[in-house]
Design a binder for this molecule. Structure first.
Ligand code: SAH
Length: 357
């Protein structure tokens, strides 16, 4: 058997933090480029129904109009997967040819295998690629969209012991098997790291923090102040920050053990929207929501759009359409667990889909 390269690296170098482990596993996993769809490991919303990306397109059109129709507009997608969301977005944006002329697609993607898939899907739109948001041009307003991107960013985990909060690590045994371990030294200070609901959790609790997501929010806040624009995040997670271990691995549409075969399963963690919203607000940015995916998609007109598509669909297409819409909005499926959050400058009026009902 070929030894797992990540497990071998840990065996050689010694224990690593959960954060480093997740970073290595996620990068190795997406480098393969085979994650999505029925033959892959999981199916994301844009791969379930074209309506998802179309409605994000409608959101972009409406937001662009409210920004005063800037031209150029940097249309940034973080972690575009196969490029499906951006393709559906641009197709629905064709309703407003001025938008299509103004929009410059910029894709933030680290996997070169996925970059080539995106190049094929988006051949007509001449996108540019970036390894991070930092190199996206900063001389014009931007709209940022990201579906299931934040959940792939590496989290730190801490476990509460009598002695305080200890960083959770991943260690290798001599046979190469991996297990969780705790750093022997507790954290000196936790108030700046953990929300009060996490910090006061009892002994044995696990708390999670996503430093990369928090610093991304900081970077976006700077850009919104300097360039103007808005950001839209769709991802899965609870409404409030709290303790708990949310690391999960998915392999061939089934849950797998987090430490088994790192790099071969999709590894994600719940997104702490409340923490990200607090960070944005502390930097003078308005955070809207999160609202559930079901509420947001219905406010954006998912049922009306599905009705329209159904009129010209064959029976088998109609069934697919209906089952796709159900998966996106039903509470048992993605409707409630998935949330939508927007970021704007404070003066911006309510972005579409975030109206208080
Ligand atoms: N948005 C897509 C794909 C979600 S999967 C969809 O909804 O189908 C996560 C995506 O983020 C993949 O494209 C992955 O390669 C990319 N990714 C993961 N970590 C990244 C990082 N640190 N920087 C840039 N892209 C990353």
């Amino acid at each position: 058997m070929i030894p797992n390269p990540i497990a071998a690296a840990i065996a050689e170098q010694g224990p690593v933090s959960v954060e480093r482990f997740m970073e290595m596993a996620v990068q190795a996993y997406y480098a393969q480029g085979t994650a999505f769809g029925r033959s892959g490991d999981f199916t994301t919303a844009p791969e379930i129904s074209q309506v998802f990306g179309e409605l994000i397109g409608v959101w972009c059109l409406l937001t662009w109009r409210r920004l005063g129709r800037p031209d150029p507009l940097y249309l940034v997608e973080l972690g575009p997967g196969r490029g499906t969301l951006m393709a559906d977005l641009m197709r629905s944006a064709a309703l407003m040819p001025d938008f299509v002329c103004a929009a410059r697609p910029h894709l933030v993607e680290t996997s070169s295998a996925l970059r080539s898939q995106q190049a094929q899907t988006l051949a007509g739109f001449a996108p540019s690629w970036h390894g991070s948001l930092a190199t996206v041009p900063s001389d014009a307003p931007l709209l940022i969209v990201a579906n299931e991107f934040l959940d792939a960013l590496p989290i730190r985990q801490f476990e509460r012991q009598e002695s305080g909060w200890h960083e959770r690590m991943v260690a290798a045994a001599t046979d190469g098997s991996l297990s969780f371990a705790l750093s022997p030294v507790p954290l000196l200070e936790t108030a700046s790291l953990l929300a009060p609901a996490q910090e006061q959790a009892p002994v044995g609790s696990i708390a999670e923090v996503n430093p990369e997501a928090l610093s991304l929010i900081g970077e976006i806040a700077n850009r919104l102040h300097e360039q103007n624009g808005a950001a839209l995040f769709i991802d899965y997670g609870p409404l409030e920050s709290g303790p708990g271990d949310s690391l999960q691995a998915i392999n061939s549409h089934m849950y797998a053990k987090v430490l088994d075969s790192p790099g071969e399963a999709d590894l994600t963690a719940h997104v702490d929207f409340a923490a990200l919203g607090r960070r944005a607000e502390s930097l003078g940015i308005r955070a809207w929501g999160p609202v559930t995916q079901a509420v947001w998609l219905q406010r954006m007109g998912i049922l009306e759009r599905a009705g329209q598509l159904a009129q010209s669909a064959r029976e088998d297409q109609k069934e697919m359409l209906v089952s796709g819409i159900r998966r996106l909005i039903e509470p048992k499926e993605m409707g409630t667990l998935f949330k939508v959050m927007a970021l704007t400058l404070p003066g911006f009026s309510v972005p579409s889909g975030f109206e208080v009902s």
